[in-house]
Design a protein around this ligand. Structure first.
Ligand SMILES: C[S@@+](CC[C@H](N)C(=O)[O-])C[C@H]1O[C@@H](n2cnc3c(N)ncnc32)[C@H](O)[C@@H]1O
Length: 283
């Protein structure tokens, strides 16, 4: 798989110096914050959430200190559920409005705090502060300097701590089939514009990195047992047209399909929309 990825990158080299201004990212998420949760009410998003909730339940234990980077409206806290006792959840996000929504939504959850901040600067946290560092559904893709951010995450993660980080995939089927963009830009860019699913005809977007499995693995190379899997290829390919209602698909059948897809994607996770990186800090 590495050889194939390397040769693809040879054909379509990564962009090197592309500006990713922080204020454009914050402005984008500020603008959609109030509608954010309702934009993800569709069955595909619910299934993705459920698959990630299952993964989290495998790595989070009672009493864990959790850092959720790019927490948005606090989806990570919701997915951790009520089952795990004594959590200490810390959500951090660049967007003031996303954090305002998170605070409102989780106002009755006593074990959680939501702070405005930039995940590329974790200097307020001493080393080994967290048992689990997570960043769900693409937040990490908006970071301009991923290697430094990955090292900061390693620093604040305690020995024995785990990570679960999700990024947008560069060679997702959706990107590969976006012929107009692919051909006009001479390839599938590693840095480009991103608009969230279901955002309809909104003109606004945010700059983002799109990763190959090998690239994202290298960002977290200080961790051990690093694995990369793919989540959601087929439905994301044409999410604007594939309406679950039109296809009369329910939660159970969409989930079965996405789990089956994960087996098929195990050799080529990059074809999925999201890459899911997991790892452990052993010392
Ligand atoms: C696609 S949303 C995902 C939100 C949440 N993790 C979820 O799954 O619902 C991306 C979030 O990352 C935040 N973000 C982007 N860059 C960031 C940074 N450098 N530091 C902290 N948050 C950031 C955005 O403000 C936005 O809320």
């Amino acid at each position: 798989m590495n050889a194939l990825t390397t040769s693809i990158e040879g054909v379509w080299p990564s962009a090197t110096a592309v500006a990713m201004p922080k204020n454009r990212v914050a402005e984008y998420y500020d603008a959609i914050a109030m509608d954010y949760d309702s934009l993800y009410g569709d069955v595909f998003s619910q299934v993705e959430n459920s698959i990630i909730a299952d993964r989290l339940s495998e790595i989070v234990q009672s009493g864990d200190r959790i850092l959720d980077l790019g927490c948005g409206t606090g989806l990570g806290r919701s997915l951790l559920g009520q089952g795990v006792q004594g959590l200490h959840y810390n959500g951090l996000d660049l967007s003031e409005r996303m954090i305002a929504c998170a605070r409102q939504k989780h106002r009755n959850v006593s074990d959680s705090s939501f702070l405005i901040g930039d995940m590329t600067d974790l200097s307020m946290y001493p080393e080994d502060s967290f048992d689990c560092v997570i960043s769900l559904f693409g937040s990490f893709s908006h970071v301009p300097n991923p290697t430094e951010a990955g090292k900061e995450m390693w620093r604040v993660c305690a020995p024995g701590g785990r990570i679960l980080i999700m990024t947008y995939s560069r060679f997702s089927m959706r990107n590969l089939f976006d012929f107009q963009r692919t051909l006009s830009s001479g390839g599938v860019p590693s840095v480009g514009e991103y608009s969230i699913r279901n955002s309809g005809g909104q003109e606004i977007s945010s700059p983002a990195h799109f990763y190959t499995p090998s690239r994202v693995k290298s960002v977290f190379e200080d961790f051990d047992e690093v694995s990369v899997s793919g989540l959601n290829a087929v439905f994301e390919l044409n999410s604007a047209k594939v309406s679950a209602r039109a296809l009369k698909l329910g939660f159970a059948s969409v989930k079965r399909t996405m789990l089956f897809e994960q087996v098929l994607l195990s050799r080529l996770p990059g074809l999925a929309h999201s890459l899911v990186v997991q790892g452990v800090k052993t010392c």
